[in-house]
Write a protein that binds this ligand. Structure first.
Ligand SMILES: [Mn+2]
Length: 339
């Protein structure tokens, strides 16, 4: 479906007032929250009845975002969320394209046979599931696609809240413009958001300069004590088990960004962070260049994502997860060292 077709269909859908549920992915990040808030604020301005939800709580450093308190957290208020979903004419999936990424909301979504709309930048969507889809893996973020959608309806729909939410999504998904910046258009859109009073300086401070002492010490510990550098694979692995996380009084979001640090070493191509949470092992992958952590995560770790950023989960012990990781590395050695 082309962009033109998407907007035509969306125009058609939104011609009359609708009840719309906006859903983003489990463990929501800045782009999930930014795109969901900005899009729901647009929908309300267009006269629709909107409920926004995610499976579990978002990190504290996103709580200041305009409208963040309107987001329903499924694991705290399942009844309210189910009610929104039961009444909805459409559900809009933002920043994910597979129901399994909806966390606790997925079973309800599967049971409803509700009409779905997609706005997303992850790979391999099953486009047949959607009434219309704006799916583009070559943009910085879902928030960038939401910005295009807002501008499709007209610049008069922009305001400081929408602009700020969009800019948070772009800033966080690009690591402050360090990666996933493929097109000049991303900067053009950011400039437009700044014109509409989004403050890059403020966003940067509110998102990044909010570490607790424990979080900063956890980062130091992860790098000093737990980083395994595998030069022969141009890779590094950091693992943190639940006792270690507890030692630093782990809060949601505290491990965010740790995975990026190993890539700041010269010649590193891949970095993996392995953490243990509530009985599951979560893996976070980052890479440079054309090495696809999406494929690796999809093939061995029940996950996926983007070429340079992906995630996965395993239901096993930390030891077994690390063993598997070391086992699969030789298969990728040639590609990793060629980068
Ligand atoms: Mn995203």
């Amino acid at each position: 479906m082309s962009k033109t077709q998407f907007f035509q269909t969306l125009d058609e859908v939104l011609k009359t007032p609708k009840r719309i549920a906006v859903v983003s992915h489990v463990n929501p990040d800045g782009d999930a929250i930014g795109s969901s808030l900005a899009f729901s604020q647009l929908l309300r301005k267009l006269g629709h009845d909107v409920g926004v939800m995610v499976s579990n709580d978002f990190p504290e450093f996103l709580a200041w975002m305009p409208g963040a308190s309107t987001i329903h957290i499924y694991d705290k208020e399942a009844d309210a969320c189910n009610q929104i979903l039961d009444r909805a004419d459409f559900v809009v999936m933002l920043d994910f394209n597979h129901l399994s990424r909806a966390g606790l909301i997925q079973d309800k979504l599967k049971s409803l046979e509700i009409k779905k709309i997609l706005i997303d930048h992850h790979r391999d969507p099953n486009l047949e599931e959607f009434v219309c889809a704006l799916s583009d893996t070559q943009v910085s973020s879902t928030s960038e696609l939401v910005a295009e959608t807002v501008l499709h309806f007209g610049e008069q729909y922009l305001d400081e809240s929408i602009a700020t939410n969009i800019l948070v999504g772009i800033v966080t998904d690009t690591g402050s413009f360090a990666h996933s910046m493929f097109h000049p258009q991303t900067f053009t859109i950011c400039a437009k958001m700044v014109e509409w009073s989004a403050s890059y300086n403020q966003i940067h401070q509110l998102v990044y300069d909010t570490f607790s002492e424990d979080r900063l010490r956890l980062l130091g510990y992860a790098i000093s004590n737990k980083m395994e550098v595998l030069d022969e694979y141009a890779s590094a692995i950091i693992s943190l088990n639940k006792e270690e996380l507890a030692q630093f009084h782990y809060q949601i979001g505290d491990t965010e960004g740790i995975v990026n640090y190993p890539l700041s070493m010269k010649k590193m191509v891949m970095s993996v962070l392995v953490t243990e949470r509530q009985g599951v092992i979560r893996l976070s992958f980052r890479s440079k260049g054309s090495f696809s952590v999406h494929e690796l995560a999809q093939k061995y770790f029940n996950g996926g994502g983007h070429t340079n950023a992906a995630g996965g989960t395993l239901s096993c012990s930390m030891e077994d997860a690390l063993k598997l990781l070391h086992q699969v590395l030789p298969e990728y050695q040639e590609m990793l060292v060629q980068q």
